[in-house]
Write a protein that binds this ligand. Structure first.
Ligand code: PEP
Length: 251
């Protein structure tokens, strides 16, 4: 089954509102003719509404970098799913390794967030990935399997097909060390197999992105792999030229 590639930029804690708007303004002109790739930018919360406004009518989707599972109430500092929709998001990154590492995200909280996102019509981009120690200890598959089985449990088959999984080996994020296309493909195929055991055919529809130092000069080789359906990109998504090159990996 042909899956439409998705190129997603995770801007992390970078760019003020004017900087974010300026980049989307520049990017939308550069990629206006791209139809065969879905494009997503995930800025900081504060820039979401302005970017959604700037991206209106273009092929750029806007997403958040996190979400909370409750609908409203006394949860100081958190953002509810319908607030993200209200601000113009259609996607949301959930369970990024930086949130797991620094902010106590677990497979259990990931699962609650995934369900809350789906219930509000948002497409979750759910991050999984092993640390360097886990890779060296030879437990990569075990870690990925539990992140998928626990973080993505109890979804309807329809929702299971809609979500996006991002395989991001922690040792490759922001380090300049990319997994080789073969290393990435091996984990992607494994993730799809586990997902198939959970949700049958939905595993052929779910898009699995690779993330970890994706750059214009390595994207083509990664994207040639059967089970790699796009990229979740930090550093190289921050400049319009390099993100354009990633979106146009096929050219
Ligand atoms: C990320 O932010 O998810 C990421 C993969 O970052 P980078 O591309 O900079 O490694």
């Amino acid at each position: 089954m042909a899956r439409k590639p998705l190129m997603a930029g995770n801007w992390k804690m970078n760019k003020t509102i004017p900087e974010a708007v300026a980049m989307v303004k520049e990017l939308k002109g550069k990629i206006a003719d791209v139809k065969d790739v879905d494009v997503l930018i995930c800025p900081t919360f504060t820039a979401i509404a302005a970017l959604a406004n700037e991206a209106k009518g273009s092929n750029i989707n806007i997403g958040a970098q996190d979400i909370f599972w409750e609908a409203k109430g006394a949860f100081t500092g958190e953002i509810a799913p319908n607030m993200l929709v209200d601000a113009g998001c259609t996607y949301v990154i959930i369970g990024h390794s930086e949130r797991r590492q620094y902010f106590g995200e677990t497979n259990e909280t990931v699962n609650k967030k995934v369900k809350a996102a789906l219930a509000n019509g948002l497409i979750p981009v759910v991050c999984v990935g092993e640390t360097l120690k886990e890779r060296e200890d030879d437990v990569t598959f075990k870690v990925i399997e539990s992140q998928i089985r626990e973080g993505l449990k109890d979804l309807s088959k329809e929702d299971a097909a809609k979500i996006v999984i991002a395989y991001e080996p922690v040792w490759a994020i922001g380090t300049g060390k990319t997994a080789t296309p073969d290393q990435a493909q091996e984990v992607h195929a494994f993730a799809r197999k586990v997902y198939g055991e959970m949700y049958g055919d939905a595993c052929q529809q779910v898009r699995i992105l690779y993330g970890g130092s994706v750059k214009p000069d390595n994207v083509k080789e990664l994207m040639k792999k059967e089970d790699i359906d796009g990229g979740l990109v930090g550093g190289a998504s921050l400049k319009a030229d390099s993100f354009e090159a990633l979106v146009k990996f096929n050219n």
